[in-house]
Structures are given as C-alpha cells and as structure tokens.
Design a binder for this molecule. Structure first.
Ligand code: NA7
Length: 534
C-alpha cells in the first residue's frame, strides 16, 4: 500500500488474475506505466480464492494457460490434464515472478470507486482504506466469477456449525473427518467437491435444486511424452485454437446431428464421452441451436447417469430435464455420479421437498430435519457484472454506471461502454469469454485493449469512447445471435437468473471467439470504428 503512486500513470488495472497479470506485462512492453490494484494479498484472482477440495480447471491445462510467450509455455510443465487449483495458482505466481510483475501491483487494496474527470481526461480510483490513484485509462480485470453468491435461505445465520462458501474456502483447508456435512449447490463447484467431501465426511447430504449435466474429465497425470508432443507443436496448437468458437480445439464436427441416424449419432457421442471433458460439445454443429439435436445428446448423458447410479430413483433425480444440454456450462467431473452409490451420501431433491429453513443444528425441508455439523455453500456467483457493480463507477458528467446499466449491461464488443471514456472491460458482458476457454479470451481482450490504448496515445489523443450507436448495434447483434441458440432458455448465471432482482439478459456473446476476434480486429483496422477518439 505504501507504494501507491500519487502521480498519474498511463493505465490503472483492477484485478491481478489471469487478465490483470497479462495486462501489466503487455503495457510494459508498450512502454506504458501501469499500476494494478488487487483485493487479495497475492496474485491469482479466481485461482487465489477458489480453494475448495477438487477445484480444478475444466479446460485442459496445456490450453488453459498463456500463449503469449514461447519460453513460458516451453518451460512450464503441467502435471495433469486438468490441473488442480494449487498448480494453477503456482503457475500464476511463476508468471508474476518471471515477468517481474509484483512491483506494479498494490495488494490488499479493494477498489470501491472509479471516477472520470472530463477536464483532465483521467480516472481517479479510490481504495477501501482511502487509497487514491490517478490514471489516464482504467482497465477492469475484475473477473466474471469473483463475487460469491450466498443462497437466500431463512435462518442461515442461525446455524451454529461452520458455514463455508466454495469461493471463500479457508487457506488452511477444513478437516471434515467424522462430520455430518450438508452441501447446497450442484453446479461446477459442487460437482467437483462432492466426491471429495464424501470421502472425508461421516455423512454427506447433497441438497440439489437443479441437476447438472456433468461430463467425465478422464483426468490423468501428463506423461513426459504427452507433454513433449504438445510442446513440439505448441504454436500450431494455439493457432488452431484461435480459429475455433471456444478457443480450444474440440475437433468440432461441422455436420448436423440430424443428418445421421440414431445409431451413428450414439456411437459418436460414446466416442467423445470416452475422450472426456468438453469433447461431447463438438460432436455436432447444432447441439446448442436445434432442440432435437440437443434432445439427443441430453438423453445420451441421462443414459450414462442411469447406467452409473445404482438406485433408479436417485438416478432419475440426478437427470437434468429442466434446461437444454450445454445451456449452462457443463460440469467436468471425476467420480461425481458414482459418489451417489456410497452409503454415506444422500441426495435431497429440493424440487420435491423444498428447504423451509436452516436451523441452529441443520436443515429443515418440508419432509424432515437433517442434523448437520457443517454446511458447504457451492451456490455460485453474481457473475459477469457482480464485481463491476460493486465499484462506484462514474463516467462523463458524473453519471453512475449502475444507473446506465439498471436494465442490464450494455457494451460495445464487451470491451467498452458509452459514456465512460478510457474505460475498458476485460471479458465484460457482451464478450464471448465465459462460453470459451477463458484464458484464450483474456489474451485476445488484453491484446486488443492495450493496442487501442497505445494507438490513442501514439496519436496524441486524450480519450476514446464507444459511441451509443455502435453500442446499440452490438447489443442488438448479440441479442440476435443469442436468440438463434438455446442458451437463453436456461435459468443460470449466464442470464443473471441466479441473483434475485438482477435483470434477465443473456450476458455473454454467443457468436464464438474466432468470429468475435475477427470483428474486433476489423474494428481496429478501420480506425477503431464505433469509437470516438478525441
Ligand atoms: P453455479 O454453476 O451457479 O451453481 C450454483 C449451484 O447452487 C446451482 O446448482 C444452484 O441451483 C445452487 N443454488 C443456488 N442457490 C441455491 C439455493 N438457494 N438453494 C439450493 N441450491 C441453490 O456456480 P458454481 O460455483 O458451481 O460454478 C460457476 C462456474 O465456475 C461454472 O459454470 C464454471 O464455469 C466455473 P440452481 O441451478 O440455481 O437451481
């Protein structure tokens, strides 16, 4: 904190996760001064906070990593196909050391306000403890899943045992041996931790509101030969990834699922189920746009659940039917469905027996009282807009961002928003980000944003701002693209439906990373079309 610069830097960056770290590196390379502010005492962002048992990436580590530096990708050895949180965090610490980034980061500083002053064309950032910093540009690298969401359950505060949220898991870990544990949430976090909680707890009660579609990770240690093969061809692998909608090579089949008969379709689904991870998503081009194609893959997954879970009643309750397959990001698990064959695990279906209240000693549903020693909340996040919404951002004329976005966020390309000059968002609403390999999206955003800033400064410009018109067009385009898919049908954090009172909008851009990146490049090549440069 003592190192807060009282002068004006070129760029202020908020957040020191994957996005913030690369921003610092790139800005330095462009000869610009930058200061980054981070709430946590260390780098890592989402990988700093999410320490729950089983936390790991759902994109292969060799792809869920920076591509910008050949030396880095050659030197770093991932130990597993999907690395666990401690390894991803070590990687980000390594990146911070390797590129000497820590000296530009002010840790333990939560930014609570960012105000633009038109006269000086600068942003002033305010920290929670009175810190102040001024910068010509402000880049929000605040993350899409960084504000944990607790469930609205009456009595939660009265529970006498410990309550842990997945995204605020204690650094020391938690000893659950011999304890009766209840877990709320069967999204990605719940699905990853439930098998491990079941191994530790004397009894595990899973309170499920909506079942997830979960795909087998087929996680394994990466043998030296496998890793060497990736590294031999790393540049090409990255190049191919950048041509895909998801920022990772899923060996996507351009054909429709309806072009082939049921037997061939099933064989293709089965082949990809064996490969594991998101491979199934690439089976046919219309899985996320055609109801019948989607119905076929959804039923295939439900068959795998019924095949794995021995009690048919439990299996049926674990089968998702409430939303199309893939319209919530599928989970990638190790042993999730098998866990429900254990004697010490019980599934409570909250659609049948809703929770009435958390009591001092457990959870009371409409059917019974469950005595518990400890509660785990894997109940997700106020996603995509949550972190930004907690900062008092004011643009031209002192206008608050919250007012502008009262009916839902509006951006141009997910990167900028009209009325807020010199403000950029990394993986903001209206960008493909959360539908893709996040690191690939982050790299594209960081490169575009820093190039734009460098362009403005090189021309002696003071400010750059998205026009209302370009923003309206982008929002209309993003809505039209989403409407051609099944995505908007799910109640999820993609639509804001998991946060009471949040306006319902499909938040990410469903047009895919490759096409989106091309659009962004064309905008830049056209002299930053849709932006007003002053
Ligand atoms: P998610 O995917 O938002 O999952 C949250 C889960 O918590 C989901 O199953 C919710 O059920 C459940 N939930 C939320 N509130 C309640 C209440 N009040 N009662 C019962 N159950 C509740 O968050 P995750 O952390 O798992 O994953 C987020 C992303 O991180 C993931 O998509 C990956 O990209 C990485 P619901 O579906 O709302 O009925």
């Amino acid at each position: 904190r003592s190192r807060v610069d009282s002068g004006v830097v070129d760029v202020a960056v908020v957040g020191a996760g994957f996005a913030g770290l690369y921003l610092l590196h790139r800005l330095r390379g462009l000869g610009l001064s930058a200061r980054c502010f981070e709430t946590a005492p260390d780098v890592g962002g989402t990988w700093y906070w999410n320490r729950y048992p089983g936390a790991r990436c759902d994109v292969r580590s060799v792809d869920y990593s920076y591509s910008f530096d050949e030396g880095l990708q050659q030197d770093w050895d991932w130990s597993e196909r999907y690395s666990a949180q401690p390894e991803v965090l070590s990687y980000l610490r390594h990146v911070a050391e390797r590129f000497d980034l820590r000296r530009s980061i002010t840790f333990r500083t939560r930014i609570v306000a960012a105000h633009y002053d038109e006269e000086s064309a600068t942003w002033t950032l305010h920290g929670e403890d009175g810190e102040r910093a001024r910068a010509r540009f402000c880049v929000m690298a605040t993350g899409c899943l960084s504000v944990p969401k607790r469930p609205e359950i009456p009595g939660l505060g009265s529970f006498v045992g410990a309550v842990y949220h997945s995204a605020r898991w204690p650094e020391m870990g938690v000893d659950l041996a011999g304890r009766r544990v209840g877990v709320f949430g069967t999204g990605a976090s719940g699905v990853q931790m439930i098998p491990l909680l079941a191994e530790q707890a004397s009894r595990l009660t899973v309170f499920q509101r909506t079942p997830a579609f979960s795909l087998p990770a087929r996680n394994h240690r990466l043998e030296p030969e496998e890793l060497a093969a990736v590294k031999r061809d790393y540049a090409e692998r990255r190049r191919v990834a950048r041509t895909t909608p998801s920022g990772m090579d899923l060996d996507s089949n351009p054909a429709s699922a309806l072009e082939v008969g049921p037997a061939r379709r099933r064989a293709e689904f089965a082949r990809r189920w064996e490969i594991g991870g998101f491979s199934l998503l690439g089976a046919y081009a219309d899985l996320l746009s055609d109801e019948r194609a989607n119905g076929a893959v959804a039923e295939f997954v439900r068959e795998r659940i019924r095949e794995t879970v021995k009690d048919p009643d439990v299996a049926e309750r674990l089968c998702p039917t409430q939303y199309p397959f893939g319209t919530k990001r599928p989970c990638v698990d190790t042993g999730y469905y098998d866990t429900f064959n254990r004697d010490n695990v019980r599934l409570v279906d909250l659609r049948e027996t809703p929770v009435e209240a958390v009591t001092t000693t457990g959870v009371r549903t409409t059917a019974e009282h469950h005595d518990l020693d400890c509660l785990v909340l894997a109940t997700g996040f106020d996603a995509m807009t949550g972190a930004l919404g907690r900062i008092d951002v004011r643009g031209r004329g002192g206008e608050p961002l919250a007012a502008r976005w009262a009916a839902g966020p509006r951006t141009y390309l997910g990167l900028a928003t009209a009325g807020f000059p010199n403000l950029f968002l990394i993986t903001g609403p209206g960008s493909p980000s959360v539908l893709t390999n996040m690191v690939a999206s982050i790299e594209q955003h960081v490169e575009w944003t820093t190039d734009c800033i460098a362009h403005v400064l090189a021309r002696g410009g003071r400010s750059v701002e998205a026009t209302e018109r370009a923003q309206d067009e982008w929002v209309a385009h993003a809505d039209a693209v989403a409407a051609r898919t099944l995505y908007p049908r799910a109640d999820s954090w993609y639509t804001g439906a998991n946060v009471p009172g949040k306006p319902r909008r499909f938040l990410p851009y469903a047009g895919g990373l490759a096409d989106y990146a091309q659009t962004c490049a064309a905008v830049a090549a056209d002299g930053y079309r849709g932006f007003r440069l002053a």
